[in-house]
Design a protein around this ligand. Structure first.
Ligand SMILES: Cc1ncc(CO)c(N)n1
Length: 231
């Protein structure tokens, strides 16, 4: 079995819990509470900004131009393309995207980004890829599943979101992650492969927790007047 397939198999209970999450189910049913959509976009905007910085750390682990090009293209994808699903949520919630930018990261989003940063600063390229992969991978599977099960038409409020993540482009990104993870695993020792599995599972758990964070509008326990830091 490919190492990437083993990662996916070990994470199966987490992926299934994500498919059953009320936020994700709500996207399929065209019915997500407005405040959950707003909290999601506020947090995801900052999460994706941090993700680009993490891709920069990943570039520092690359020894080939091919790997560098992949991460460079991923930064372009986040900055130029992933604004579309955010806009879909904003339209449904009836808010302006510009008004949701510059929030401080809530605890779960902070935890998730720091986990990926730690793996990319201290780990190998394989560990970095394993920590980052659940990001496109879970969304690709959510998108593909909702596309086939709901088969939304243009009247569906989340038609754009489902079409975006169920699209082949996100599938190709996931497959590239898998191929690069497999190539790294072939060169890796047992300890490194254990760490790759551990990073992959933790990021998958944090993907699930990110949906809960948005659904329950998780905040820091003490609310402050100023929100100076979005880092
Ligand atoms: C938290 C999170 N995970 C994955 C994606 C998909 O890129 C996203 N936009 N946000």
């Amino acid at each position: 079995m490919r190492f990437s397939e083993k990662l996916r198999q070990e994470a199966d209970p987490i992926f299934n819990a994500i498919f059953e999450h009320p936020f994700v189910k709500g996207i399929g049913e065209g019915n997500v509470p407005k405040q959950a959509l707003i909290h999601y976009v506020m947090q995801d905007y900052e999460y994706l900004t941090t993700f680009c910085r993490i891709y920069g750390l990943a570039v520092s682990k690359c020894t080939t131009r091919e790997d560098m090009t992949f991460f460079q293209e991923q930064i372009g994808f986040v900055l130029n393309e992933e604004i579309h699903p955010h806009n879909n949520f904003c339209e449904v919630a009836g808010v302006r995207y510009e008004d949701l930018q510059k929030a401080p990261l809530a605890p779960t989003a902070h935890h998730y980004t720091r986990h990926m940063m730690e793996a990319s600063i201290n780990g190998s390229l394989g560990e970095t890829l394993a920590a980052l992969a659940p990001c496109p991978w879970t969304y690709w599977e959510i998108g593909r599943k909702l596309k086939s099960e709901v088969n939304p038409d243009k009247q569906h409020p989340f038609y754009d979101w489902i079409s975006f993540y169920g699209n082949d482009e996100v599938g190709t990104i996931t497959e590239t992650f898998m191929a690069k993870i497999d190539a790294c695993a072939e060169q890796a020792g047992e300890r490194e492969k254990e760490l790759m599995l551990s990073h992959f599972l933790k990021s998958s758990q944090l993907e699930h927790q990110f949906w809960t964070m948005a659904y329950e509008q998780e905040e820091w326990p003490v609310r402050l007047q100023s929100s100076i830091s979005s880092l």
